[in-house]
Structures are given as C-alpha cells and as structure tokens.
Design a protein around this ligand. Sequence first.
Ligand code: B12
Ligand code: SF4
Ligand code: SF4
Length: 359
Amino acid sequence: VPVTPEALALAAELRRLGADAGLDAIGFASAEPFTETRGHLESRKAAGLHGGMHFTYGDPARSTDPARALPGARSLVVAARSYRKQPPAPARRPANHGRVAQYSWRDEYAPLRAGLAQLKARLEQDGFAAKVLVDDNALVDRAAAHRAGLGWFGKNTNLLLPGMGSWFVLGSVVTDAPLPTTPESERPPDGCGTCTRCLPACPTGALVAPGVLDARRCLAWLLEAPGSFPIEYREALGGHIYGCDDCQEACPPNRAADRRDPPPRAAPTDEPWVDLVALLDLTDDALLRRFERWYVPRRQARYLRRNALVALGNVGDPTDPDVRRVVDAARTHPDAIVREHAEWAAHRLGLTLASSPAP
Ligand code: B12
Ligand code: SF4
Ligand code: SF4
C-alpha cells in the first residue's frame, strides 16, 4: 500500500500524542495475520509446553489475526510503557514476606490502556475504526511489538527494546487506517548475541531452549495455575508470591539500561512485598478483594493460600509464633489443597503440629 503524506502526518501525530500520554516507544505494523507465531503457539501447545494455559493458546488462529478483533483491520499502532522502578526501602525482604514481580507492584496496564485510548480517539476523529488491545487473548502483544520494530525477542522470550531492556508492558491499537509500517530491514537486530545468562538463571529450567518457555515449569505460570503446586518446584519458588523476574534480572541489557538511565523511585503505594502471615489470616472474601488486581485461578482464595504457604515454607521464620499459628491453622483447613500445602510448609520449616500431643 503506497504511503500517503496524510498517513505519514497522522503517524507523526500519533507518535507525539503517545509520547505526551507517557508511552515510551511507539511503532507501526501491518495487521496481517502473525502466521509464524500461530505456528509457535500450535506446535508448543501440541508439545504440552503451554501447560494448560488458555490465554493466546486457547484459540491461536484468533489471537494471531487482528482482523478477528476488528473487521477490516489494516494497521497496528503498538506501544511499550516502562514499569521499571527502584525498589522502595527496605530493599531487602522483610521477615515472612513474599515477593511480587515488578509488573504487579501497581496496575501497569491502566496507564498503558489510557495512553492507547488517546490514539484510538485520534484515529476515530478521522473516521477510522479503532480498538485498544492490551494483554488480551485477541492479540499476541510481543509479536506485534516485534513487527512494529520496537525490539528483539530475547532468549528469555521477552521483547527487549534497544538500549532500554525488557521492563515494559506492551499493547496495541488495531485500526482500519492505512499507516506507514516499519519495514523488516529497519527492525532492531538480535541484541542477545552470544549471551545466554537468562537460561541458567531460571530456577526451574523453564527456558528449555533459547526463546522457548515450558510453562509447566515457569513459576509465573505455576502461581496462576489451578490444582496442586508441583512438588518438584516448590523449593524453587523461594519467596515469589506473584510473578517471577529472575530471567529479566539476570539480563545484562536490563542492568546496562538501569546504569545509564536509573529508573524512578517506587511510590509508597507500590507493593513489592506481601506479608504472608497477614495474607493467611484474611477470610476468603477479604483475600479476593485484597488481591483483586491479581490473576487468581478461578478466583478461588484457596490458590492464594496455596501459594502463600509454599512461599512461607521457603522464607518464613519457624521461630516466629505467628508463622507457626497460620501454618497450624492451615493444616486443619477444610480444603484438602490448603491442608496439603500447609503440611509441606510445616515440614519444610521443621514444625510439629502445636496441637498434637508430644511424642
Ligand atoms: C501467556 C503469557 C504468559 C505465560 C507464558 C509466557 C510465554 N513466554 O509464553 C506466563 C504466565 C508464564 C507469562 C509470564 C510472564 N509474562 Co506474560 N504473557 C502471556 C500472554 C498472555 C501471551 C504470550 C504468548 O502468546 N506466548 C506464546 C509464545 C508463542 O510467545 P512467546 O513466548 O512470546 O514466543 C516468542 C519467542 O519464543 C519467539 N521465538 C520463537 N523461536 C525463537 C527462537 C529464539 C532463539 C528466540 C530468541 C526467540 C524465538 O517467537 C515467539 C513468538 O512468535 C502475553 C499477553 C499477550 N496477549 O500477548 C503476556 C506477556 C507476554 N507477558 C508479559 C510479562 C511482563 C510477563 C512476565 C515478565 C511477568 C512476570 N514478571 O512474572 C513473565 C515473563 C516470563 C517469560 N520469560 O516469558 C508481557 C511481556 C513484555 C515484554 N517486554 O516482553 C506481555 C506481552 C503482557 C503485556 N501486554 O505486556 N506470561
Ligand atoms: S519467569 Fe521465572 S520461572 Fe519463568 S522462565 Fe523466567 S526465570 Fe524461569
Ligand atoms: S540474558 Fe542474555 S540471552 Fe537472555 S534475554 Fe538477556 S541478553 Fe538475551
């Protein structure tokens, strides 16, 4: 499609608008189906690497075809928004606390969505149809960002932006507007080179080959998956309670970006740590309200308890009477899943049941 001066002017204006709305990088891509990514989704699903995840794996044909989300789709305006922050004090884990991945210290998707909504409104002003898709099962965000020239696929499967690293959330506006797209020759080249640091940095070996993640082992997924937490990965969970950043923290381009351009300080309302004892003390209703922003399997509080018990088993202080109390209480919980993970935690902490008679 020939690029008209109007399309170029509109693209320039969208870039300006996006920058003003706090979007760190913007690129344009054609809305043709992502055939290669569809192949990746289908072959990985066939090999079981999706570990039962639905998301984009539920209907790969749909999630790789933007026209399914917006009939007549021609272009994607793809944006990245940084969520990197310097941890607030204390920088080290407080006693009996679990660790939250940086993308969840606050709602990072809302400001990304708001920025993209401004671009959508500008497109609609010219009579085009437009739809915002952020972390939605209808679009493969990393593949869109890659096609729009925002970055390269790291061996940890994250999309890295040249000079800026991978601490970004990604989203798009899909539109029927004809916009200039980034030609393949202008996309950033692979920036990993010979580095392979992320592969051994994964505590469960979930990066089974460069660029290939086995969700059955990925802690970020296991914390979101229903059922029992696989026993073989419980110790590896350490203190993680939501998400996992290990393969990004090990990544040299992320470290270099932080040195060059130190991130802003976290706000007092950011939540890098969660008090696991306080969590286990909440009622089911209060638990689900308190962690409303998190993806909790089937919105069942039992899974928050399960995760907290495994994390507490790993990082809890067995001499703390409150730790003993919540673990003991969970050992007699009516839910068998909670009981089983409490037994594991008690064993790992070397606790005997307070209420059981002395041998
Ligand atoms: C399902 C999902 C997950 C799953 C599976 C992740 C995965 N790697 O597949 C789980 C729950 C584990 C997960 C975890 C995380 N996720 Co997630 N997740 C998604 C979701 C919903 C779909 C991703 C998807 O379709 N994966 C399918 C596979 C096929 O894609 P892929 O892994 O990206 O694979 C590409 C590479 O493998 C590459 N490739 C293929 N062959 C080869 C070979 C080589 C050598 C190389 C280098 C690459 C390569 O091509 C593939 C694409 O075609 C998206 C949102 C969305 N709608 O897109 C967010 C998304 C990918 N997640 C995101 C984030 C932030 C995370 C976490 C960092 C959160 C956390 N701290 O816990 C972790 C990172 C874990 C990791 N190493 O990927 C961001 C990614 C931001 C970025 N800069 O890349 C997204 C885009 C959400 C968003 N809108 O911002 N996530
Ligand atoms: S998010 Fe954690 S568990 Fe998942 S691949 Fe990265 S390091 Fe491994
Ligand atoms: S750690 Fe190295 S190999 Fe892994 S994504 Fe970062 S640069 Fe690429």
